[in-house]
Design a protein around this ligand. Structure first.
Ligand SMILES: *[C@@H]1O[C@H](CO)[C@@H](O)[C@H](O)[C@H]1NC(C)=O
Ligand SMILES: *[C@@H]1O[C@H](CO)[C@@H](O)[C@H](O)[C@H]1NC(C)=O
Ligand SMILES: *[C@@H]1O[C@H](CO)[C@@H](O)[C@H](O)[C@H]1NC(C)=O
Ligand SMILES: *[C@@H]1O[C@H](CO)[C@@H](O)[C@H](O)[C@H]1NC(C)=O
Ligand SMILES: *[C@@H]1O[C@H](CO)[C@@H](O)[C@H](O)[C@H]1NC(C)=O
Ligand SMILES: [Ca+2]
Length: 953
């Protein structure tokens, strides 16, 4: 094991070029299906089905044809419940959710390259299945708690293993046309595995390479998978190999391999069937998750129904009562004015802080819960002046969906500035924007019971304390708004502006003082509600439209827009009939200023640095790339089908270095951008292109608001995603230097203040690498499904350079209940005449989870009748819930879904279609009741289990 880890270190960092041949190709492979495509298709397919079922149940039309040519945009549009808002789609979060899932899937090849169970290599069926079923339980628990990011990370990872089964085992060669459902069923046995001494393959000679599995193995339907090793050519006698250039076991008898990773693999002729089954298996898994969590939570997991997030981090010390009142006012106004509209925020985040406390994090989709929480905040105490601002902000950054806008209200300096580097890492990894509403004491206020008068309050922040907030705001693409307490209410319009959906950034710059400059930007026809913000001390500026119309910053209402001024902020709302084309702004200021141009548009982009292997494929890289080296960006552009990307540039924020990337389309909305080098300083990404949906192509530009940076140190960690609260959780990470090496300072933190221990420093030689371990301990009472974000940082000896790795983990106690609830139909009363409208039928069923975790929910999956449930005690002392279902005779089918505390799903389906018109009460035996093939088995196993328990007693 140790040698494997060391080997993995070696592979990861000494030769970043090792090809990963141990799976379907992760992201791109011409002519073959990749994990990305399999996951993408399965998610789109299942999501479209869920939206269709919801529409049908509500009696609405659903016109989208569900097949393998679905696009994310089409599904998002069809699932959008208010077609009126389809001009401004919130497609970005759907794209993001799908990308998070498949990037986490692809990362398994990098993180667990040599782990047999993650790829179902080496006949590791039991261990592989455990990974899958434990992962499914964690996805359900996370989803139920609203921890969608962790849920997607786990989902992507387990999908990799599930999908690899079809490429690496002989399931396809045995002729099965359906997925192997037992892989997602911890209660069912894995029968018919080829034993450790069973020979499974023969030498692959010439033409016979596709038929090297022994015929008796295929006839007896014995399950096997290929052995894989890059370091040793030994394998158990007679066993099949994975195959391929890097699998050294495939050169010893029996030679050859059986993988179906792509069309040129040993069993490449089966590649398409394997990919098809992997897709179906992924859909079956998604269906199980959907039934366990319900349709709405499932759609949220897929990023649908997510529009904007309202996220507040609020200082609650004594002097903050005006600010808290304003935060309440603006959030209530947003909630009340947008309720029921497409602009209603889909999620609310609230974190209070003072000193020494911060938190708890409130994360809710229920506006009333948020209102209640924010209403209960009151200003009190405060102790010494600086507050735990960054601790509160870290919680919000980790708890909010990526690309959120987070607003921090405070009037004091941050005490916990040692968190600065962690905050910056979280900003880069989440791409969320942080804006500070900093109120200065330019008005009367109380502190420690003393009246502090104008400009003499002890809470006045020094310039350097302010600068910390400004730097964070700028690095994230947010703003530091400095106003007085009495004018705060005029500045919160910024919060209203940024809480509308589909907000995109056109341009964002930081300018140096006393340096008159001109900035130009393109406005395209897809943009609406364009707003320009300028911050600074009395900046002089003038706008110029494409036709040369101009408006000076001192003109409140002019030909181009209206300008509002408060504190250090100028807010320019351009008129709604904006001209498309090249605009410019000339500006001169005596101090540093910022310019930010935003608008609503359906055209936006997501990006991720990816690492290329020699084999040509890519896996995601979620931290800073190496300075000066080449790099590849993977870009996903919403409405990618009607957009041409012409330029992708990395532009230094302070310096003048610009790197022009080479763009290649990889189909759908995906683009690969090759960059010759990563700049020295912080940089942003500019995207330019053409919108092709109007008669004359329209030029557009977008910018990443987040400041990114490169580094000369790399850090990578492996994580299996779940932490058992009963045990310390050890996690190894690898540190590699591309610079001069030395003694690197190491820090590790979680957003939930879990106990973390890590070596305080690690020594790395120039160009070398080393390994460290972080130990994380969750408080023993942490609930299953709790998400925790761990950030590990490494800083070079001169404190000039650092890198980080951010891991999303889920706390998950060991799952002891693996049995599905059982549903038994007790009676049906159906007296349905030919004209069905006037009559109804009813069904009574007994539902029980036996001695398991107990029923958590009972719902209707198919059928539009009404359901009532009541608890009853059965004879043998096991809790039974009685479900009573009543439906119109026109709705002839029902499927009830019972979910237990561990997320196991039991269903029962009943149809009265075949019953004659005059049938009345029936006994269950004469009714078509299927449990999708499971309940009969389930109850049999349950009985067996009870029997065993009884005998053991
Ligand atoms: C955005 O623009 C549309 C039309 O241009 C307008 O109807 C809508 O009210 C605007 N929304 C906001 C929040 O300003
Ligand atoms: C910019 O402002 C500075 C300071 O007020 C002034 O000296 C300079 O001439 C201005 N530049 C332009 C181009 O207006
Ligand atoms: C801005 O313009 C005003 C007059 O319009 C002038 O007095 C001031 O010096 C200018 N400031 C800068 C920084 O150019
Ligand atoms: C990227 O840089 C590496 C050396 O750092 C080089 O081997 C490789 O060929 C470069 N990739 C491309 C596409 O130029
Ligand atoms: C970037 O490169 C492309 C193609 O080489 C070129 O057309 C484009 O003008 C370049 N953009 C910039 C800003 O240099
Ligand atoms: Ca159970």
């Amino acid at each position: 094991m140790v040698s494997l880890v060391v080997l993995a270190v070696f592979l990861l960092w000494e030769t970043l070029s090792t090809p990963r041949t141990a799976a379907f190709k992760p992201l791109f492979s011409p002519g073959s299906f990749t994990h990305r495509e399999i996951t993408h298709v399965a998610i789109l397919h299942k999501t479209a089905e869920v939206c269709r079922d919801i529409a049908t149940a509500q009696g609405q039309d659903f016109t989208l044809t569900i097949d393998n040519t679905l696009t994310a945009s089409a599904v998002q549009k069809a699932c959008s419940r208010s077609p009126a808002s389809s001009s401004v789609l919130s497609a970005i979060r759907f794209h993001l959710a799908i990308a998070e899932t498949y990037l986490s899937n692809a990362a398994i090849d990098l993180q667990f390259m040599l782990s047999a169970k993650h790829h179902i290599d080496n006949e590791a069926f039991g261990e592989g299945r455990d990974l899958i079923t434990q992962g499914v339980a964690a996805v359900k628990a996370s989803t139920q708690r609203g921890s969608y990011i962790s849920a997607r990370v786990t989902l992507g990872a387990l999908c990799h293993t599930l999908q690899d089964f079809y490429s690496h085992s002989n399931w396809v060669e045995m002729g099965f046309a359906a997925p192997f459902s037992n892989l997602i069923r911890p209660d069912l046995p894995l029968n018919n595995l080829a034993g450790p001494n069973t020979q499974t393959c023969r030498n692959c000679i010439g033409q016979n390479c596709g038929e090297n599995i022994l015929p008796e193995i295929l006839q007896q339907k014995k399950l096997t998978s290929g052995y894989f090793s890059i370091s040793s050519s030994t394998k158990p006698a007679g066993k099949c190999s994975h195959g391929g250039f890097f699998d050294r076991t495939s050169s010893t008898a029996p030679t050859g391999g059986i993988n179906k990773d792509d069309i040129s693999s040993n069993h490449g002729i089966y590649h398409h069937r394997a990919a098809d089954l992997a897709t179906k298996a992924t859909m079956e898994l998604l269906e199980d998750i959907r039934l366990a969590t319900g349709n709405q939570a499932f759609l949220r997991l897929m990023g649908l129904g997510q529009t904007t997030v309202l996220a507040f981090v609020i200082d609650t010390t004594g002097s903050m009562s005006d600010d808290i009142d304003e935060a309440k006012r603006v959030s209530f106004s947003i909630i009340d004015s947008r309720r029921g509209t497409s602009e209603e925020p889909s999620e609310y985040i609230l974190v209070p802080f003072n000193d020494p406390d911060f938190g708890p994090l409130t994360r809710t989709e229920n506006a009333d819960v948020f209102k209640e929480r924010i209403d209960s905040l009151s200003a009190s105490g405060g102790g010494d002046l600086p507050e735990m601002c960054l601790s509160g902000l870290l919680m919000a950054l980790a708890g909010a969906p990526p690309s959120s806008d987070i607003f921090v209200f405070t009037d004091a300096a941050a005490k916990d500035f040692d968190l600065l580097s962690t905050i910056k890492a979280m900003i880069e990894s989440t791409k969320s924007r942080v804006s500070f509403m900093l109120t200065s004491p330019f008005s009367f206020r109380r502190k420690r019971g003393v009246l502090a008068s104008q400009r003499v309050s002890s809470r006045a922040m020094s310039q350097s304390e302010m600068q910390l907030y400004r730097d964070l705001a700028h690095a994230s693409g947010g703003q530091a708004i400095e106003v007085t307490k009495s004018t705060l209410s005029q500045a919160t319009a910024v919060i209203m502006d940024s809480s509308i959906s589909a907000l995109v950034t056109v341009l964002q710059v930081i300018g140096s003082p006393a340096n008159a400059e001109n900035f130009s930007f393109l406005l395209d026809s897809s943009l609406s509600n364009v707003t320009v913000y300028i911050t600074g001390v009395s900046p002089n500026f003038t706008f110029y439209s494409p036709t040369g119309v101009s408006q000076s910053g001192s003109v409140t209402d002019g030909p181009l827009g209206s300008i509002q001024t408060v504190g250090n902020l100028w807010r320019v709302k351009l008129n709604s009939d904006i001209q498309t084309g090249e605009w410019s702004i000339s500006i001169n200021s005596t101090s540093t200023y910022t310019i930010k141009v935003i608008g609503q548009s359906s055209v936006d982009f997501l990006f991720n640095f990816v690492e290329q292997s020699e084999g040509g494929d890519f896996t995601p890289k979620d931290n800073r790339p190496f300075i000066g080296r080449n790099a590849t960006l993977f870009l996903s552009v919403t409405r990618g089908d009607s957009v041409t990307v012409t330029d992708v540039l990395l532009a230094e924020v302070s310096g003048s270095d610009t790197v022009n990337g080479t763009v290649t389309s990889v189909g759908g909305s995906g683009f690969l951008v090759y960059l010759q080098r990563i700049p020295e300083g912080a940089f942003v990404i500019h995207l330019k292109g053409l919108l092709n949906d109007s008669s004359s192509p329209d030029r557009f530009q977008r910018q990443s608001p987040t400041h990114l940076r490169g580094s000369r140190v790399a850090i990578a960690a492996q994580s299996n995603g779940t932490i058992d609260p009963a045990n310390p959780f050890g996690l190894s990470f690898i540190l590699a230097s591309n610079g001069s090496g030395g003694n690197y300072t190491i820090r590790a933190r979680t957003d939930r203040s879990f106990t973390v221990s890590v070596p305080s420093s690690l020594n790395v030689e120039a160009g070398g690498s080393t390994q460290g371990t972080v130990t994380l301990t969750a408080p023993p009472n942490t609930e299953s499904g709790t998400d925790v974000t761990l950030t590990i940082e490494a800083e070079d000896p001169g404190s000039t350079d650092s890198n980080y790795v951010t891991l999303r983990l889920t706390v998950m106690a060991e799952v002891t209940d693996v049995y599905r609830p059982v549903c038994k139909v007790v009676s049906i009363k159906a007296d349905c005449p030919v004209g069905c409208h006037s009559a109804s039928w009813e069904l009574t069923a007994n539902l029980t989870d036996g001695i398991g975790s107990g029923l958590a929910s009972v719902s209707i999956n198919i059928g539009n009748g009404s359901l009532s449930i009541s608890p009853a005690m059965s004879e043998n002392g096991i809790n039974v819930t009685v479900a009573f279902y009543n439906a119109s005779c026109c709705s002839q089918e029902v499927e009830l879904v019972a979910v237990d505390g561990a997320g196991n799903v039991g269903t029962c389906f009943t149809s009265i279609k075949h019953l004659s018109a005059n049938t009345t009460t029936l006994m269950p035996a004469t009714i078509t009741t299927t449990n999708r093939g499971y309940s009969v088995l389930c109850s049999k196993y349950l009985l067996l289990f009870i029997l065993v328990v009884y005998l053991m007693w």
